[in-house]
Ligand binder design. Structure first.
Ligand code: ZN
Length: 189
């Protein structure tokens, strides 16, 4: 994607119109780059532009930044979603990455614990006793159920809301390889 400049302000010929008296006619300029960050520039506005509580001239921001134009909060997603094609869910999918990282960490943790328990299986009696205690200590069954539940609830295609799985859960890399949803065909990457 080439850098794209978007004008933001109260006047109707801006790329993104914010109709509020505290917002100047041509209040700010956003420059989109690659990925999920962009530059926001205040255009000598009367009431200022704030990013994460700081009045700015020019600064980088992301979808998570808190932007205030004049006196009103402004959703940075409006900038990232500008001109989005109906099948373009690249930005929405990228927001799933932190969700994936948490789910993946728990999956790896559960496998590690299981591996330790499998080794203990070879020790008669005492091995099984330790396994029982480990099970209780790590709350393993509960965590497995919760993990599955979270996968089903959180790991969904942002386009069709279907769980990201074929015969098994799709990993982040699987999705990157597929590039689009096999079910609803929206773009993920
Ligand atoms: Zn889909």
């Amino acid at each position: 994607m080439k850098p794209q400049k978007l004008r933001i302000g109260r006047k109707p010929d801006n790329d993104i119109v914010v109709d509020d008296p505290s917002v100047s006619g041509y209040h700010a300029l956003a420059t989109l780059g690659d990925g999920n960050s962009a530059i926001l520039e205040d255009n000598d506005s009367s009431n200022g532009t704030y990013v994460d509580g700081v009045r700015i001239r020019k600064t980088q921001f992301t979808t998570g930044s808190k932007i205030i134009l004049g006196k009103i909060p402004f959703d940075p997603g409006k900038i990232f979603r500008f001109d989005k094609k109906p099948d373009d869910f690249i930005h929405e999918f990228s927001e799933l990455h932190p969700v994936w990282l948490v789910l993946e960490k728990e999956r790896v943790d559960l496998i590690e614990i299981q591996k330790k328990m499998d080794v203990l299986l070879a020790i008669p009696y005492i091995g099984r006793l330790i396994i029982l205690l480990m099970n209780r200590h790590y709350d393993l069954e509960n965590r497995r159920v919760k993990w599955k539940e979270n996968m089903r609830r959180q790991w969904n295609c942002p386009g069709c809301q279907q769980p990201l799985r074929d015969y098994d859960w799709l990993t982040w890399n699987d999705c990157e390889h597929l590039k689009k949803c096999p079910k609803c065909k929206v773009k993920w990457f």
